[in-house]
Structures are given as structure tokens and as C-alpha cells.
Design a binder for this molecule. Structure first.
Ligand code: PGA
Length: 252
């Protein structure tokens, strides 16, 4: 089985000004050394405005956007295109975060177009899926997440999947302090791997990184990421302060 390197990715959401991002970068040296020692990939997805600062001041870590347009250019007010990211050397983007789905009406089909546009440009898409509390309580998590995976990744080739990372984030666990138990998270991530096997074959399914996200903290990162099908974490709140970010790397 191919070794899947662990990945710790911060999602800053609408937090941190450029000045605050600089403060974060100033205390990153030890964290980077530690990550290198432990062979963990680390990265941060800040606001668009902070991307350039991070590319310059946080060398050696992944710097990703939180979303990107599926279109190359044109009359799409307030959108940011792939060529704009590329110019900054940014080659990763989160796609389909539940907050984008909820507040900006993103659909699986819309996400599919964005994932396709990214992989076509040899850029990495971190495609987010996850169910609401209602869906979870109705016992329909797999059905929901399975559809998000199938529709969001429809039409991609096996080779395209080299540039796709999946993030499973149950909506009821995001920013709520309610983490899914390692068992719940592992069950769903294992299920996602089965869907990937069905869509792209065993080789691809064994290679793709699947992250867990939702109230990951230094105190619970170890047991969550210790699960067989969980290859890392997408972290919101606990990725904002350099000392918490360091503690996540230490404990992973
Ligand atoms: P949280 O956010 O770690 O603050 O729960 C995770 C996410 O939404 O990516």
C-alpha cells in the first residue's frame, strides 16, 4: 500500500489581517522544523489578501486559497481566478467548504466544475464533504456524503485524482467544540475510501488523502489522525495561533 503522508491544513476562514498573518509567520520556524522531522506536511489557507504574505514569509509550507472560481476570467464580480492564484505561486485551494455551501449556495455540481478546473491546471483541490446534524441523526450520513463525493468528483480521471484531497467535516462538529469520535470519523472516512474505490479503483483509493475536520484541537488530534483511513486534519479555530498550530504538529 502506498504511504500516505500526514497533512495538517489550517483553514483561517475570515480571520487574520495581513499584519496578523505576519505575526503568525514570524513564529513558524520551530513548527516547520518539527513537521519536517515528523514527515508531516503542513499548510495554511488564509484569506486571498494574505496569500502573498504567506507565500513570502512562510516558505516551505503549503499555502492554499479557501475557494476559487471555475472560470478563467470575465464578469464575475468579487471572484478570484486560477491564473490569479498561479501568479502568486498558490497551487492549492479548498473547494466546497460547508460554510460556502451554506452561505453561498455552492452545489456539488458547482464544486465539480471548480475541482476540474484546478486539476486541469495541475493544482490541488481539497474537496470538502460532510453532513448536517439532522442528516447524521437520521442515520443518512453515508448516503449524503456518498452523493457529495460522486457528484463532486464526477468525470475526473484516475490521474486527476493525484491532485485531489478529501476533507470529511461533519457540519455538526465545525466550530461547535463537538468533535466526532475517532470511531465515527474513521467509519465515514473508510466509507469515502470505498466510494473512491468504486469510482476510480483500489490504487487511487489507497493513494488519496482523506482529512478529518471539525473541532480538531491539540488535545484530540492524535487519536483522530491515528485512525487507519484518516490522513490528517483540516483545522479552523486551532490553526489561528502559531502556538496552537505548533502544538497540533507536536501532538500529531
Ligand atoms: P473548526 O473548523 O476546526 O474551527 O471546527 C474546521 C473547518 O471548518 O475547516
Amino acid at each position: 500500500m502506498p504511504e500516505r503522508k500526514k497533512l495538517l491544513l489550517g483553514n483561517w476562514k475570515m480571520n487574520h489581517t495581513i499584519a496578523e498573518a505576519k505575526v503568525f509567520c514570524d513564529s513558524l520556524k520551530e513548527t516547520k522544523e518539527l513537521a519536517k522531522e515528523k514527515k508531516i506536511l503542513i499548510g495554511v489557507c488564509p484569506s486571498y489578501l494574505c496569500l502573498e504574505t504567506l507565500k513570502k514569509k512562510a516558505k516551505g509550507i503549503i499555502v492554499g486559497a479557501q475557494d476559487v472560481s471555475a472560470f478563467e476570467k470575465g464578469a464575475y464580480t468579487a471572484q478570484v481566478s486560477i491564473p490569479m492564484l498561479k501568479e502568486l505561486g498558490v497551487t492549492w485551494s479548498i473547494i466546497g467548504h460547508s460554510e460556502r455551501r451554506e452561505y453561498n449556495g455552492e452545489t456539488n455540481q458547482g464544486c465539480n466544475a471548480k475541482v476540474k478546473a484546478l486539476v486541469k491546471n495541475q493544482m490541488t483541490a481539497v474537496y470538502c464533504v460532510g453532513e448536517s446534524l439532522e442528516t447524521y441523526e437520521a442515520g443518512k450520513t453515508n448516503e449524503w456524503v456518498g452523493t457529495q463525493i460522486r457528484e463532486g468528483l464526477e468525470g475526473l480521471s484516475k490521474e486527476d485524482m493525484d491532485n485531489v484531497v478529501i476533507a470529511y467535516e461533519p457540519i455538526w462538529a465545525i466550530g461547535t467544540g463537538k468533535t466526532a469520535t475517532p470511531e465515527i470519523a474513521e467509519n465515514v472516512c473508510g466509507f469515502i475510501r470505498d466510494v473512491l474505490k468504486d469510482m476510480f479503483g483500489k490504487g487511487v483509493a489507497n493513494k488519496v488523502k482523506i482529512l478529518y475536520g471539525g473541532s480538531v484541537k491539540p488535545g484530540n488530534v492524535h487519536e483522530l489522525i491515528g485512525q487507519a483511513d484518516i490522513d490528517g486534519a483540516l483545522v479552523g479555530g486551532a490553526s489561528l495561533k502559531a502556538e496552537d498550530f505548533k502544538a497540533l504538529v507536536e501532538n500529531l
